[in-house]
Design a protein around this ligand. Structure first.
Ligand SMILES: NC(=O)c1ccc[n+]([C@@H]2O[C@H](COP(=O)([O-])OP(=O)(O)OC[C@H]3O[C@@H](n4cnc5c(N)ncnc54)[C@H](O)[C@@H]3O)[C@@H](O)[C@H]2O)c1
Length: 310
């Protein structure tokens, strides 16, 4: 059997790191696509030249077009620009919407059966746009944000308690913005409810730090945003899909009435397997949690409406 094919569009910090991590998994050939001449080719060759040392046989190809990517099983969209000084949020939205629209049209043409994972920001609006433009069934379009936000949340909890990150479980609901909704009530350490191990004010501080997690990295790096944890989070999703693991992961999925939300992509726990988003899990929420989720969904809807107008 030949290997799977995964295309990563955008050979920047997230895309390049993701191509490396995927090649190292060994189960898929990787096609890296970018508009910048030489960038995807250079990164792909560099990753391919690490293969004899690291011991993987995945082919890694860089391209400025989509022909090599044809027939991909999974396509990850990381292309976009970051906000520059003087650029308004609306300008950023307009630019990235144009990029995601154009990329999705190419993917629809060359890989019509792919599962599409969107990473570009503003995430929830860009994944909603990719769904509309692709015309793919909702199961085959998904956004990456919740795995990353949850990974940050788990890291902070594990550090605070001095326990393994592997034993901290939980998830974050809602949009990928500062109104996201980490759920301490559903957070456990090896099955022990978090509230039995941590004071409420420490939990609240960690929830707040999680909400600001992206900004914390930007203010340290100064010239870019996070890419190690984001690329690792995408790999968890690609693993779940290509290895049909049926993992329960928080992902941006199209809601059609679930959680009382309709017509937009919002982060919720999903069963991710060979069929893409195979199921959305609806958990019971308190009135306060429900209000917080709806406030986050309202912010996503506003962004989506601005995107649709752009
Ligand atoms: N969802 C998340 O949790 C999450 C996490 C991290 C980053 N992001 C987002 O991912 C995106 C990428 O981040 P990055 O740090 O890799 O940025 P980057 O600037 O390093 O890379 C973006 C790449 O996209 C390429 N590009 C632009 N237009 C293109 C087009 N039309 N076709 C193909 N490629 C094109 C650029 O040339 C560049 O190489 C950003 O929008 C960022 O905000 C999202």
């Amino acid at each position: 059997m030949s290997r799977y094919k995964v295309t990563v569009v955008g050979a920047g910090m997230v895309g390049g790191t993701l191509a490396q991590r995927l090649a190292e998994r060994g189960y898929a050939d990787v096609v890296l696509v970018d508009i910048v001449e030489g960038l995807p080719q250079g990164k792909a060759l560099d990753i391919a030249e690490a293969a004899p040392v690291c011991g993987y046989d995945s082919a890694v190809i860089g391209s400025n077009g989509y022909e090599e990517s044809a027939g991909s099983h999974v396509v990850v969209i990381t292309s976009g620009v970051a906000r520059k000084p003087g650029m308004s949020r609306d300008d950023l939205l307009k630019t990235n919407a144009g990029i995601v629209r154009e990329v999705t049209e190419q993917v629809r043409r060359t890989s019509p059966d792919a599962i599409l994972i969107v990473v570009s920001n503003p995430l929830d609006a860009m994944v909603t746009l990719a769904h509309r433009v692709s015309g793919f069934p909702k199961q085959r379009v998904v956004g990456m944000a919740g795995v990353l936000d949850t990974a940050r949340y788990r890291t902070f909890i594990a550090r605070e308690l001095g326990v393994s990150v592997e034993d901290v479980h939980g998830f974050v609901l809602g949009g990928h913005g500062d109104q996201m909704v980490p759920l301490p009530r559903y957070t456990t350490v090896a099955g022990i409810p978090l509230a039995q191990l941590m004071a409420p004010e420490r939990i609240e501080a960690i929830v707040e730090r999680t909400r600001q997690g992206g900004g914390e990295i930007v203010s340290l790096l100064k010239t870019g945003s996070a890419y190690y944890a984001p690329s690792a989070s995408v790999v968890a999703m690609v693993d779940a899909i290509l290895l049909d693991k049926k993992r329960v992961l928080p992902c941006a999925a199209l809601l059609e009435g679930e959680y009382g939300i309709d017509g937009i992509f919002v982060g919720v726990p999903c069963v991710l397997g060979a069929g893409g988003v195979e199921r959305i899990i609806e958990v019971g929420l308190t009135e306060e949690e429900r209000k917080a989720l709806h406030a986050s969904a309202d912010a996503v809807r506003e962004l989506w409406e601005a995107t649709a107008r752009a």
